[in-house]
Design a protein around this ligand. Sequence first.
Ligand SMILES: Cc1cc2nc3c(=O)[nH]c(=O)nc-3n(C[C@H](O)[C@H](O)[C@H](O)COP(=O)(O)O)c2cc1C
Length: 200
Amino acid sequence: MTTVEQLQLDNIAKNDHQIYPLLKQRYSPRIFSKQELTKNDINRLFEAIRWSASCYNWQPWRFIYAHKGSEGYDKIMGCLSEFNQKWAGNAPFLMLAAYKEKNPEGEENFHALHDLGLSLGNLTVQAEYMGLGLHHMAGVDWKKAQKVFNVPEGFHISTAIAVGYYGGDLNDLPNELQDQEKAERTRKPQEEFAFEGSWK
Ligand SMILES: Cc1cc2nc3c(=O)[nH]c(=O)nc-3n(C[C@H](O)[C@H](O)[C@H](O)COP(=O)(O)O)c2cc1C
């Protein structure tokens, strides 16, 4: 039987070149410890987001968050895809990530989604440092979420994120997802996405 400790070891990136240990050990879990996030944990996570780089320092990211057991949490769960609902309830903490679509001059901010992603990169490293795993989800009905949470015009929900301390039990997942959780992590080779001097 695979223990969660074994799973964490198996999921360590089989990197071809040396990388920062926090990035090496990061993966997207679908099981989590039941340990709750404290107010201080949450402040530390958002502080990492706060200090992200962004185009003209416009800081277009916005978040809605909720603890398991709260109405907000159930509302976020209700916006997730059927697939994500099978496992996301294992997380003690859920977030919705959104970005502001326009810049202060009222023009489309082409880089807003870039900056939201960058802030989530900061969040990833901070979370990993604290022993927390993140699992991003595109499988969220963003139109429903915008309505449910009265998101003002001009903001766009992009993803949901499950957050929790690494841990939990594989039996917290349905069988087919247990196999997925244990599946080998793969990546494209660098040559497929990094080109020197010209496009390929
Ligand atoms: C923007 C984004 C959306 C994702 N959407 C989902 C999702 O809806 N459901 C899910 O189970 N995983 C989702 N994932 C997780 C990816 O499948 C995962 O990051 C990828 O397979 C690589 O695995 P790793 O993060 O463990 O390295 C998403 C990841 C990102 C970054």
